[in-house]
Write a protein that binds this ligand. Structure first.
Ligand code: SF4
Length: 899
């Protein structure tokens, strides 16, 4: 610890707000208000580890971007006026057009207590089930598959199973980037014992680089792959007939469907060879302790529920469920997707894992809530919801902590929907989102570090998210906002909440209500042990896994289904019969039409639409612009050059991105990160191009399987710049900007030459030029223009333009912003775009925790760092969260191949 650091005032145990791993975090608050974030060594999800995003949380706590006060029609307002207006508009819509004329679109960022109140208000008091959540986009297919197979939305495994397993199958999951701490746990297990890793993914991802076997499958080929596996298990004598007989139903029908798949058909649909299939099938067949992790690559598909069902089928067929180191394991993307499921935050669920279609469940919930009415039918799932909004049928819509204008499929149509809706409320921590710009009422919400409640991670573990800072301005918790509206709409006592603990008690009590076989409404979710928890005990609550019924925690149930008892009425798990897919014919046709499969996904260091991770300059240093990853063959065929900008388009729209040659891609496929919004790029909202083509059972859209055409853009000017001010880039063809130390770094390109005034506008500097900024400039022999702007104290901007993609040392230029302004003519040296002489440069950042660049790593490898450990020791890269270790390994391999 720095000896000059202010005294430690308190350490608060809380939970990371990013992904579904749900890592425990310690927030160390010092007397000067600074906060340090470290992993909680006692939290069973991570035992002290954090990934790059979790490690950079302290960088996202600033209030510069925060929404601090309510706004009504763009004007600051007080809470009373804003809440009255919201209540009035929702009441009028319900009175005039009925309860289904209003909707909530909420988020896995909400705490369980917030979610509970939102769901209660909509389903019990408005009488509609029009509440859906962005978790619909992430794991609804897993929910549907669990319910079909197990009779309840129940995740059987725990994280310890990942360590106990002898074989891990990652299906549609880039765990190394999307759930990094779990990959670290797997890596540690692999050092202790011989554990095999199979990765099924069209791309050679960071996870695939660690695998013993990578299956670069065709999009949506998984269904055929796992049907083929079931067939193989049956014909090779690897079924657990006793388990099938005693604990399941529907096996013969499922097997008959699988039997339609001979190797040839599976090869066609998956794009894999017989040899690859056999290698995988033999591994699966011979490893009793197998965990199959599945995530967005399975769920985000128009056949997502079936794909997840085929994975579960193979586990049921081998009895590999409810045992240590075995089971199908759905990994959720969001920090509280599971908590939302528990309170019924999806349009087709009730509360506490009860069913909207079940009249006994409806009666129980209505009476428990003392609600005037209860929704009787399913509400609108996300895709249908925004379509109905666009048709003008939703008169009042409340969006909480999510950004559908960026994250929904056919995102431009979603934007139209918000423009059409007569009354849109947005609760968020910032007004700088693409959705908030369409709000009639903006409500400032408490953020992570201020919020108080619980979240549930992917292994059913409920942890506290505790506040360690005061909310700034007039920001208030979401449950309070909802309860205030409920009270103003006349539902008084039912929403008289004074603390999250009170809501948690109610939620716990509902979960245990009549929850026994004798009372006839037994269900899996039960935390009734906490129905009388005191405020003090709630504050001190340690992470725990449900179920925890009234009589205490039965530890043997932390790994579910150990007794072979499932939640269908016959207590048996059900095999799912799946239809044969069509794969290869489609693929061939698409190639003929010169179409590409568009696959979208996450980057290692960004989160969703960057509203939080985009505040961290450290996270933004890794892959700082939106890109389209294209295979070397396609790159060559399209005659693309490094630094080119490309257009991706289809009938739904067009985006512009940097072309990036990647040998992780197969020909005919293109990968684009999902994070970029209009706040960080001129035209990179990739979800504009996603077909709103949801799975008919789960309603989850297919984000990984659209078709696009790719065209090179001819640019007359390309540029790189750093500026102290936030760029305004909507007027150029291609621009992307992220924060860097002391300002912003910007990439841009345009089809015609840009005048200096236009560039100044782009840099957010035009009004400041009159404020006596000094300009120094330089024109290269090739006509490249470079200039800098400074005031008397510091550099304000550096701009590098050329007719070709600009070749300068970007990370060196970014660093200049942190240095004192050179005197007089020395300022021109800043325009060199690279350091003088043999001064070392970092190069593009590889390790964001320790800020280590590619050139530093290459120098260390050339200097003799032959092993990963040596490279880590010499450079510091990979010594914190370890998320970059795969990239370090790849660099070492490349060097060895070269040598
Ligand atoms: Fe947060 Fe990373 Fe842990 Fe996910 S893996 S919860 S992002 S620290």
């Amino acid at each position: 610890m720095n000896s000059h650091a202010a005294a430690l005032e308190k350490t608060v145990h809380t939970t990371c707000p990013y992904c579904g791993v749900g890592c425990g975090v310690l927030a160390n608050v010092r007397s000067d208000g600074t906060v340090e974030i470290t992993g909680d060594p006692e939290h069973p999800a991570n035992y002290g580890r954090l990934c790059s995003k979790g490690s950079a949380l302290a960088q996202t706590l600033g209030t510069e971007e925060r929404l601090l006060t309510p706004h009504i029609y763009g004007r600051k307002a007080d809470w009373n006026d804003a809440l009255d207006l919201v209540a009035r508009n929702f009441s009028e819509a319900i009175d005039t057009h009925g309860p289904d004329s209003v909707a909530f679109y909420v988020s896995g960022q909400l705490l369980t207590e917030d979610y509970y109140v939102a769901n209660k208000l909509m389903k019990g008091f408005f009488g509609s089930a029009n509440i859906d959540t962005n978790s619909r986009l992430c794991m609804a297919s897993a929910v549907a598959a669990h319910k079909r197979a197990f009779g309840a939305d129940h995740v059987p495994c725990t994280y310890e199973d990942l360590e106990e397993a002898d074989l891990i199958v990652l299906a549609g999951s880039n765990l190394a980037w999307c759930h990094p701490v779990l990959m670290r746990r797997i890596e540690a297990a692999r050092q202790r014992k011989p554990q095999k890793l199979v990765v099924i993914d069209p791309r050679r991802t960071a996870s695939a680089e660690l695998a013993d076997l990578h299956l670069p499958i065709l999009p949506d080929g998984d269904r055929a792959l796992f049907c083929g596996l079931l067939n193989y298990l049956a014909t090779s004598g690897h079924l657990d007939s006793k388990f099938i007989e005693a604990h399941t139903s529907g096996f013969e029908i499922a097997l008959a469907a699988a039997a339609q798949w001979d190797d040839e058909k599976v090869c066609q649909a998956t794009g894999l060879t017989v040899h690859q299939l056999e290698a995988f099938y033999a591994l699966f067949a011979t490893h009793e302790k197998t965990v199959s992790v599945f995530s967005m690559g399975i769920n985000q598909s128009s056949i997502g529920t079936e794909k997840a069902g085929t994975i579960i089928n193979c586990h049921l067929a081998t009895g590999r469920i409810g045992k240590a180191g075995a089971g199908p394991f759905s990994m959720t993307g969001q920090p509280n997707a599971m908590g939302g499921r528990e309170v019924g935050g999806l349009a087709n669920m009730l509360a506490a894992h009860m069913d909207l279609q079940n009249s006994a469940h409806r009666k129980l919930v209505k009476s428990f809530w003392d609600a005037p009415k209860i929704a009787k039918k399913q509400g609108l799932k996300a895709v249908e919801l925004f379509e109905i909004v666009r048709k003008g049928k939703i008169k009042a819509l409340w969006i909480m902590h999510t950004n559908p204008v960026v994250s929904m499929p056919a995102a431009a149509k979603v934007e139209e929907a918000l423009q059409t809706c007569p009354f849109v409320v947005v609760s968020d921590i910032t007004s700088n989102t693409d959705s908030a710009r369409h709000a009639h009422v903006l409500l400032p919400a408490s953020a992570w570090g201020e919020k108080d409640g619980t979240v549930t991670n992917s292994e059913r573990r409920i942890s506290r998210q505790r506040p360690f800072m005061q909310a700034p301005g007039k920001a208030m918790p979401d449950y309070w906002q909802l309860a205030q509206v409920g009270q103003r709409m006349g539902f008084g006592g039912a929403f008289d909440y004074s603390s999250p603990a009170q809501i948690f008690r109610e939620h716990a009590a509902l979960s245990g209500k009549k929850n026994t076989a004798e009372e006839g409404i037994a269900r899996d979710f039960d935390i009734s042990c906490f129905e009388e928890i005191s405020g003090r005990d709630y504050n001190a609550l340690k992470p725990f896994q449900w179920p925890v019924h009234k009589f205490g925690h039965d530890k043997s149930r932390s790994r579910s289904f150990a007794d072979g008892q499932f939640f269908h009425s016959d207590k048996r798990a059900k095999f799912i019969e799946v239809a044969p897919p069509i794969g290869s014919a489609l693929a061939a046709r698409d190639r003929e039409r010169k179409q590409f499969y568009l696959n979208t996904g996450r980057l290692r260091d960004q989160w969703h639409t960057m509203t939080r991770s985009g505040l961290s300059e450290r996270l933004c240093a890794h892959l700082p612009e939106p890109f389209a990853a294209i295979s070397p063959d396609d790159f060559k065929e399209m005659n693309l050059q490094v630094g080119d900008v490309v257009t991706l388009s289809n009938g739904l729209g067009l985006v512009q991105l940097r072309a990036f040659e990647s040998d992780a891609q197969k020909p005919g496929e293109v990968f684009v990160p999902l994070h970029w919004s209009d706040q960080f790029a001129s035209n990179a909202r990739i979800d504009k191009l996603i077909k709103p083509d949801p799975d008919p059972i789960s309603g989850q859209p297919a984000f990984k399987h659209s078709h696009v055409q790719i065209k090179r853009c001819s640019g007359a000017v390309y540029g790189f710049a750093v500026s102290r001010h936030r760029p305004r880039f909507q007027t150029v063809d291609y621009a992307a900007a992220v924060p860097c130390a002391g300002g912003w770094r910007l990439e841009f390109a345009h089809h015609r030459h840009l005048k200096k005034q236009e560039i100044l506008h782009l840099l957010g500097l035009d009004e400041l030029v009159s404020a006596q900024l000094k300009c120094f400039s330089y024109t290269s022999a090739q006509g490249g223009e470079r200039f800098g702007l400074s005031n008397s104290r510091s550099l304000q901007a550096l701009v590098f333009c050329d007719a070709q993609p600009v070749k300068v040392q970007r990370d060196y230029i970014v660093e200049l912003f942190t240095q004192p302004l050179p005197c007089g003519s020395d300022r021109h040296l800043l325009l060199a775009g690279k350091p003088a002489g043999d001064q070392p440069v970092k190069g593009p950042i590889v390790c964001s925790c320790e800020s280590v660049g590619r050139y530093q790593l290459e120098a260390a490898i050339k200097g003799g760092a032959v092993s990963l450990e040596e490279l880590v020791r010499q450079t510091g890269a990979g010594s914190n969260c370890g998320s970059c270790r795969v990239e370090l390994g790849r660099m070492l391999d490349a060097q060895h191949q070269h040598a």
